[in-house]
Design a protein around this ligand. Structure first.
Ligand code: 5GP
Length: 116
């Protein structure tokens, strides 16, 4: 699927609504439509990258920016000290369903390990 066809590209373009909680010049973050925890936010880059496998050296700073955004969101959500989890799924066995990379930020309850 071409990235411009993903639901996340439509959210970036403002073509479909999202509950945006953070944005800067590099990333956008919004609440997951099907939350798996009291806080479940998706941090996505503005530039399209389909999967972790498609990352290039030029994206190194971008990944850092995604994590800085995740930490800021966790502080804003009040879960920084209680704790949270960041997850980026890749391809079928990783459970990826939207092919525009995204960092899940999950918290607000005790999360189990290992994941299913
Ligand atoms: P993945 O399974 O690819 O790691 O995660 C994709 C996530 O995107 C899922 O948690 C799913 O609930 C979320 N999602 C899918 N479509 C939409 C949408 O239209 N809006 C929002 N806010 N989240 C979505």
């Amino acid at each position: 699927m071409a990235d411009q066809d993903t639901i996340f590209s439509k959210i970036i373009a403002g073509e479909i609504p999202a509950d945006i909680v953070y944005e800067d010049d590099a990333v956008l973050a919004f609440r997951d439509i099907n939350p798996q925890a009291p806080t479940h936010v998706l941090v996505i880059p503005r530039v399209p990258v389909a999967t972790i496998n498609d990352l290039e050296a030029e994206h190194a700073e971008l990944i850092g920016r995604m994590y800085l955004a995740a930490a800021a969101i966790a502080r804003n959500e009040g879960i920084a000290e209680s704790g949270y989890r960041t997850v980026m799924n890749c391809n079928r066995d990783g459970g990826q369903t939207v092919f525009h990379i995204h960092l899940h930020v999950l918290g607000g309850r005790a999360l189990t390990w290992p994941p299913g």
